[in-house]
Design a binder for this molecule. Sequence first.
Ligand code: UD1
Length: 419
Amino acid sequence: MDRIVIRGGVPLNGSIIIGGAKNAALPLLATALLTADPVRFTNVPRLADIDTMANLLAQHGVSVERDGANATLTAATITSTTAPYDLVRRMRASVLVLGPLVARCGEAIVSLPGGCAIGTRPVDLHIEGLKALGAEIEIDGGYMKAKAKGRLRGATIRFPVVSVGATENLLMAASLADGVTVLENAAREPEVVDLANCLVAMGARIEGIGTDRVTIEGQERLFGCDYRIMPDRIETGTYAAAVAIAGGDVELIDGRLSLLGSVCEKLHEAGCDISETPNGLRIRRNGVSVRGVDVMTAPYPGFPTDMQAQLMAVMSVAEGASMITETIFENRFMHVPELARMGASITVHGASALIRGVKELKGAPVMATDLRASVSLVLAGLAASGETIVNRVYHLDRGYERLEEKLAACGARIERAAG
Ligand code: UD1
């Protein structure tokens, strides 16, 4: 199993190209199930999770042609409506095929995703939403078995909690339903907006995009389209956090400041200088130390849970104390004991972590059990003295394209070691 080896203490200087957003690309690829026409995407990130989704779709009979950052998907006929356990357990976002399959084929059998490193993560909202659209769903043998007589029917659905995935599944299903669907308390994440915009390009009629009340007028059929996937705001935020912890001056090409929102505010409060450039954004921290800031994760436009671990790494070397509260997922502090092994001073009380900034982190062999936790250890390694070895690199490969090359190009002493 590959490892990432970092010898920290070097500020980052240069530029990094930000890729297409993983969490936008995953539902976007699933939209191909909604039409028999080819759907062409550009700016597709090259990540393990994207390969998993492509394999799942191919398994449903979708032809998937990929060429670098381009992908053309054609679901002329759907040969299987079953999403098997073996693929779904690898990536929870596989559950995004449920809505499109029931809407297009009137049936779907999708494995329940099962346990997950960052909490229980149920799918009840996906199920209840589709039931409201007229699907019958039973759980049998670890699978969700959904059936609809004819087309799904539009309905008003009020989500009791904000869910990105459930909003996306319902947006896709409602686009092919008979009549009008209203999604209340819908997720407003930019990735949801990207999906809605693509559905509109495919012929869907959607109002209220980007608000918490989205109205979808279902169509009898949708069409192919060309669509460019938005830049990855979490990748952007992660490299911004890398500059925050290591110091330096880096341009994040294709990164979009407007997508960073609260992450930008917090990094600014912590002492970083962030500005827009003609090609993206620039982040600097030169000669000033990082200051402790308090953060609470929340649905968009709040601070993203997917940036929580990275910010905690930064706060571990800040001047003063910080409090980070995680409100989206339980059990999303797995990076804490690993950061502590590097010398961080962090105390967890329930959903909050109190971080007392230390002068220096010290390199150590570490590992983490999820994507963002793993990358937070890479960030810590960039600032630590000595050598940090991050094991279980496959987590990083799920969501960061050529991470070590991008950081090394800015001067970081980081490399991938095989075996
Ligand atoms: C997506 C992102 C993930 C991010 C998360 C929150 C993708 C592929 N993944 O995950 O990176 O961390 O949004 O921004 O886009 N919930 C229920 N019942 C459900 C569904 C969710 O109770 O049926 C709860 C979850 O347990 C969690 C909260 O709702 O507490 C938010 O989860 P959700 O927004 O659905 O996350 P995902 O879509 O899985």
